[in-house]
Design a protein around this ligand. Sequence first.
Ligand SMILES: *Cc1c(COP(=O)(O)O)cnc(C)c1O
Length: 222
Amino acid sequence: MDDIRHNFGGIEARIKKAAQEAGRAAGDVTLVAVSKVQPQASIQAALDYGHRVFGENRVQEAQEHWQTLKPPYPDLKLHLIGGLQTNKARDAVALFDVIETVDRPKLADALAEAMAKQGRRLPCLMQVNTGEEPQKGGVNPQELEALYKHTQEKAGLLITGLMCIPPVGASPIFHFGLLATWAKRLGLSTLSMGMSEDFEEAIRMGATHVRVGSALFGKRAP
Ligand SMILES: *Cc1c(COP(=O)(O)O)cnc(C)c1O
């Protein structure tokens, strides 16, 4: 577990350096520690280290990880970073603090309804499929503006920004740049982009949230 402490320290230092080199304050960038597929002991080590912002990509697994671990940490923020089915919206709203993967009007409606019922108004991001990959979640760029309009005028969701996962093998900088441009056009300030392999480039391109898993916790079992 010493490794995890060491890894957090190392990644935090790299975030700070990348932010400074980009002329930004280190505090502008939030590290979302991706705890999917990690054993409870590793998550506990991160909590003991003092980290409080985590990401999970599946609702059921997140419940298993966090249902008992979350309540003792009232300042903990849990981000949903994976695709969400509408029938899981209620569970997602109950557990998470930020939903990063709003990508279609039906999901926006389901989330808005669940939030109204539970009296929880969570900040949300729209996931954009910047590479227009058929197998990947996210709204296609041509539909982004219409989706945003729907979230504002019909669903009434609190949308604070955009999130993307660039295609494997592509230059991530290009996709980060696109996402930043679109966020600016919509007047949105939060940019969730960059993972273990490319978070420094993402920070250079304006990321406010980087989602880092394996560089913190070690490689996930395949
Ligand atoms: C798993 C995952 C990450 C973290 O990936 P690493 O390469 O392990 O840092 C980030 N974002 C999403 C959406 C993920 O599913």
